[in-house]
Design a protein around this ligand. Structure first.
Ligand code: AP5
Length: 213
C-alpha cells in the first residue's frame, strides 16, 4: 500500500502517518524529518535545507526528489510506505509517478487531511517535538505524560524553529500556492480521499482506516 499524506502544515499529517505506518507495518517516510535529522547531524544537505526551512520556504525540488526516489526503493519499502510531506509541488509528484511507473508501480491513495487556516496557527504554537525521535505532541490536545519530556524515548520536547507565528504564516501561503494544486492532481487520478482533520486525533485515524480498509 503506497500512501501520500496531503494537507497544510500542521494539519496532522505526521501524527496520522505514524499511526498508519504502525498499523500496516510500513515505513513512515517524512521529508521534514529527514531534513531535520540532516540539520542535527550538520550535513551539507542539512545546511542547505535549513536556509529554506527557517524562512518557511520549500527546499528546492532537486534536493528532495532523488532523496525520496532512493528511499522508496529500499527493501523495507517493498510492501508500501506512507509519504509525509512529499510530494509538495507538481514537479515532485510527476517525478515520483515517473519513478514508480518505471518499475510498474503507482501511488494507491492520496489522503488530504483538511484543516482550515484559522485552526493551524493555534495548533502550531502548541506543538512540541522531540529532539531525539521526532515524536510530536500538543500542549493542550495531545500532551506528553510528563511536561517537556517525550513519552516514547525520554528526549526533550521543543518548539520547532519554523513553528513561530510569522514563519507559519509564510508556510501557509507557500502551501496554498505550491502544494494545494496537488489536490486536483490526485483527484484527477481518482485516488484522492479527504478526511476532516479538525476532528479529534483518533476520530481522524478512524476515518483513514475506513478508507484504507
Ligand atoms: P514538514 O516537517 O513536512 O512540515 P509540514 O508539512 O509543514 O508539516 P508539519 O510537520 O508542520 O505538520 P503535520 O501536518 O505533520 O502536523 P502534526 O502531525 O505535527 O516540513 C518542514 C519543512 O521542510 C517545510 O516547510 C520545507 O521547508 C521542508 N520540506 C519538507 N518536505 C519538503 C518537500 N517535499 N519539498 C520541499 N521542501 C520540503 O500536527 C501538528 C500539531 O497538531 C501537533 O502538535 C499535533 O500534536 C497536533 N494535532 C495533530 N492532530 C490533531 C488533531 N486531530 N486535533 C488536535 N491537534 C492535533
Amino acid at each position: 500500500m503506497k500512501i501520500i499524506m496531503l494537507g497544510a502544515p500542521g494539519a496532522g499529517k505526521g501524527t496520522q502517518a505514524k499511526m498508519i505506518a504502525e498499523k500496516y507495518s510500513i515505513p513512515h517516510i517524512s521529508t521534514g524529518d529527514i531534513f531535520r535529522a540532516n540539520i542535527k547531524e550538520g550535513t551539507e544537505l542539512g545546511k542547505k535545507a535549513k536556509t529554506y526551512m527557517d524562512k518557511g520556504e520549500l527546499v528546492p525540488d532537486e534536493l528532495v526528489v532523488d532523496l525520496v526516489v532512493d528511499r522508496v526503493a529500499k527493501d523495507d519499502a517493498k510492501n508500501g510506505y506512507v509519504l509525509d510531506g512529499f510530494p509538495r509541488t507538481i514537479p515532485q509528484a510527476e517525478a515520483l509517478d515517473k519513478a514508480l511507473e518505471a518499475i510498474g508501480e503507482k501511488v494507491d491513495y492520496a489522503i488530504d487531511v483538511d484543516v482550515p487556516d484559522e485552526n493551524i496557527i493555534k495548533r502550531m504554537s502548541g506543538r512540541r517535538a522531540c529532539v531525539e525521535c521526532g515524536g510530536t505532541y500538543h500542549i493542550e490536545h495531545i500532551p506528553p505524560k510528563k511536561e517537556g519530556i517525550c513519552d516514547k524515548c525520554g528526549g526533550g520536547l521543543i518548539l520547532r524553529d519554523d513553528d513561530k507565528p510569522d514563519t507559519v504564516k509564510n508556510r501557509l501561503s507557500v502551501y496554498h500556492e505550491q502544494t494545494q494544486p496537488l489536490i486536483e492532481y490526485y483527484s484527477k487520478k481518482g485516488i484522492l480521499k479527504t478526511v476532516d482533520g479538525t476532528a479529534e486525533m483518533m476520530e481522524v485515524f478512524a476515518s483513514i482506516i475506513k478508507i484504507l480498509g
